[in-house]
Structures are given as C-alpha cells and as structure tokens.
Ligand binder design. Structure first.
Ligand SMILES: *Cc1c(COP(=O)(O)O)cnc(C)c1O
Length: 417
C-alpha cells in the first residue's frame, strides 16, 4: 500500500469505527499516521521525520525506543511477561524498593497499576479508607484522568457535566490561590489532590509556598496530601519529582506516563506506612489489579530509573528547560499574539491571547517538522514536553520553529482581518 492510501485508509477507519470527530480534529492539525518512532523523532507514512516536542504528553522522557528499555523488556519477554499473581513477583518487589529509595518523605510503599487514572483511583480510595472521610479538595483546571473517580476531582466542567452525578465530596478551589486552598481544608477533608505543576490546565506553576501551606493545613486537620506527579514526575521539571521544588513531601503520590520509559504502560500509587497500615491491615486485598505491576512493565520501569540516573537526565531537563524558555522569550518578545512563556524544566507552556491561535500555530509547527499540542483543559496554551534526551541543536531548532510558526500565524490572521 502506498503512503497516501495508507493514510486515507487509517483516517477512514477512525471516521467509521473509532471516533469521527477525533478523526477530523487530527486531520485539521495536520497529523499523519505514525508508522515508526526512534529517539526524539516520529516518522510518518511518507517517511517524513518530526521532532517530537509533545513527547506523548510526558510519556517519552527517554525518547522513543530507548535501547536500554527495549533491551530490558525483550529480555523479560523471554523469561516471564505477565505474572501469575499467586507467587511473589521479584521485579515488583525490586521496583517498589527502588521507588521508596528515591521518593520524597517516607513514601515507603507502592501499589502498581497500568495508567495515570488508575493510579489516581487508588490514591482516592486510599485517602477515603485511611481517613474515613469523603471530602476531597481539588483544583480548578486540574487534571487527574477520565475514569469516574479521577474525573470527579478533575476541574473542568466540559468533561464532568455529561457524566454526572460523579463521586460526591470534591470541592474545587482556584489553583493559584493558596489562601483559598488552605481555607478549604477542614476536619471533614479526606485529602487534597493537586499537581505540583498543572499540566493539562495549561502549565501553571503554583505561587511559592503553596505546597508547604497545604502540607501544614493537612497536618492541622488530619487530612492527607496527594501529589499527582503523573506528568511532573521522573525528572520532567528538572527535579526527580515536581514537589521537590518546594521540598514538600505528600502522604500519597501518583506516577505513570514516563515511569515505563516510553515502552510499557505502568502506573504507581505510593504511600506512607501510616496510610498503608490503615488501608491494607484489615484486608490486604482491598485494592488489586490483574495487570498492575506485571513483569514487563516493572522491567521497563527499573531500566527507566537506571537510565534517568545514568544519563543525568534530571539535571539535563533543568538546563535544557532554561535554554528553551529563554530562547522562546527572546524570539517571541513583543509578539502580540503571545501572552506568556513559562515552565519548569522541560514542562513548558506558551500561552496565547486568543483561544484559537494555539491550534493554528500547531498546524504551522507540524508543517515545519515539529510536533506539539495544546493542553486539554486550556486551548490557549500549547505545551512543549520534549524527551529529556533532546540535543541542544534539537532544542534550538524547536525554538526557531515555534517562532517561525507564530510569525506565519500572525501574518495569516493579519491577512484575514
Ligand atoms: C495524564 C494525567 C493523568 C491521567 O493519566 P492516564 O494514563 O491518561 O489515565 C492523571 N494525572 C495527571 C497529572 C496527568 O497528566
């Protein structure tokens, strides 16, 4: 089948059997068919290479098919891919111990699942069981996944409303208002759930001291603090975990996206001994998952920890982030479409002054060989989340390309008006 026939066929299959609206949306953005990926590049049906600055919304911290992860998974595939679950799984034990060693505070225990939303579901259950309370303080614009529990604490009406009534108990507070967040925590509160940097909400960094103030408010009220590090974890922000920027440790922490090294899906919910005691002491089977923590996924995650450490990727993310953010600020300075460039490490957002501009800029970027996307809860913001392994030259190409795409969009809009 030639390339154009392949593309047409996949688009038609999406339109007929997957999701017609999504098919239209993806075509409009100029996305083709991904047939292969390696390193920091995606390759489409025509063999065209794109620098991947979307990075699977944070999944591809190590790029695509990092050789050490692929090798670890290949090796495990020949030994035991999925666990029988009745015997002890040695890789699961090893991964839990490795995470405990690097996690902030005394997050000593891990429960493994297969996705971010599942990791959040477990976190919410654990908080409710451990406290016997139901109120959950969550943030406007926050994103925690689209399963029913995770959606209940996700702060965007557009996704919640058609599905209601959802789990009762959430209370939404503006992310950028530490006083309101603290004031919402009381003696009925089971937990506060918050991203150390809001990802889908539009790459928002909380005001300094927010996480610490929440830590104190939770301690005063016997509530638990949950950090959703599904997107910010594993070095993305220039620290191993996003909460390390404020040196605050949660009672429960969720991980997923980059944890499987861009090769395997895996989610993790970490907790302190105090939480685990209250959740699992009565019934060790109160929360389980058939595929969670399977040997293939654990092998990938263990290799991921080795690569992040071995290649010094956390420091690399911090340095590259500064290079890209300052490059973008220089190039976009005085550009009337752009409201702000912000970020920490390689979690970077470019905010426009108008809603529909992001989509147009992305189409121009794709045309020039650079892939990005807007944030799910905020179409004004496009996010750049490249692999932590990109080279300086690739980073500079991305900066120049974003600037060119914004310029072209400015000209196009001027011609329309
Ligand atoms: C992506 C994301 C999730 C949901 O993860 P899925 O694997 O898509 O279910 C949850 N929380 C945060 C912060 C995320 O970025």
């Amino acid at each position: 089948m030639d390339a154009e026939a392949l593309r047409a066929r996949v688009v038609e299959q999406y339109a007929q059997h997957v999701n017609p609206g999504l098919a239209k949306l993806m075509q409009f953005a100029g996305f083709g068919v991904e047939v292969r990926a390696e390193g920091c590049e995606l390759i489409d049906q025509d063999g065209r290479r794109y620098l991947d600055f979307l990075g699977g919304y944070g999944v591809f911290a190590l790029g695509h098919r990092h050789p050490q992860i692929v090798e670890a998974v290949h090796r495990q595939l020949d030994v035991q891919p999925l666990s029988g679950k009745t015997f002890f799984n040695p890789l699961l034990g090893e991964l839990a111990a490795r995470l405990a060693a690097i996690a902030p505070g005394d997050l000593q225990f891990s429960f493994f699942s297969n996705s971010g939303a599942e990791a959040v579901e477990a976190a919410l259950k654990f908080a409710k069981v451990a406290t016997g309370r139901t109120k959950i303080v969550a943030t406007e614009g926050g994103y925690h996944g689209k399963t029913l529990g995770a959606l209940a604490v996700t702060g965007r009406e557009k996704y919640r409303k058609p599905v209601g009534p959802l789990m009762p108990g959430p209370c939404f507070v503006p992310f950028g208002d530490p006083h309101a967040l603290v004031a919402a925590v009381d003696h009925d509160t089971a937990a506060v759930i918050i991203e150390p940097i809001q990802g889908e909400g539009g790459i928002h960094i909380p005001p300094d001291g927010t996480l610490l103030a929440l830590r104190e408010a939770c301690d005063r009220n016997g509530a638990l603090l949950i950090f959703d590090e599904v997107q910010t974890g594993m070095g993305r922000t220039g620290r191993m975990f996003g909460c390390e920027h404020e040196a605050v440790a949660p009672d429960i922490m969720t991980l997923a996206k980059a944890l499987g090294g861009g090769v395997m899906p895996i989610g993790a919910t970490l907790g302190t001994p105090a939480v685990w005691e209250r959740v699992f002491a009565q019934n060790p089977l109160i929360h389980t998952s058939t595929f969670g923590g399977n040997p293939l996924a654990c092998a990938a995650a263990l290799a991921t920890l080795d690569v992040i450490e071995g290649e010094g990727l956390v420091a690399r993310a911090a340095a590259l982030g500064e290079r890209i953010v300052s490059g973008l600020r220089d190039r976009l300075d005085g550009c009337e479409l752009v409201a702000e460039v912000r970020g920490r490490g390689l979690m970077i957002g470019v905010e426009f002054r108008l809603d529909d501009v992001g989509e147009l800029v992305i189409a121009q970027m794709v045309k020039r060989g650079l892939v990005a996307a807007y944030t799910l809860n905020n179409p004004r913001v496009i996010r750049l989340e490249p692999p932590l392994t990109v080279t300086d030259a690739q980073a500079d190409f991305a900066v120049a390309t974003v600037a060119a795409a914004v310029e072209e969009t400015t000209d196009l809009l001027a011609a329309l008006l």
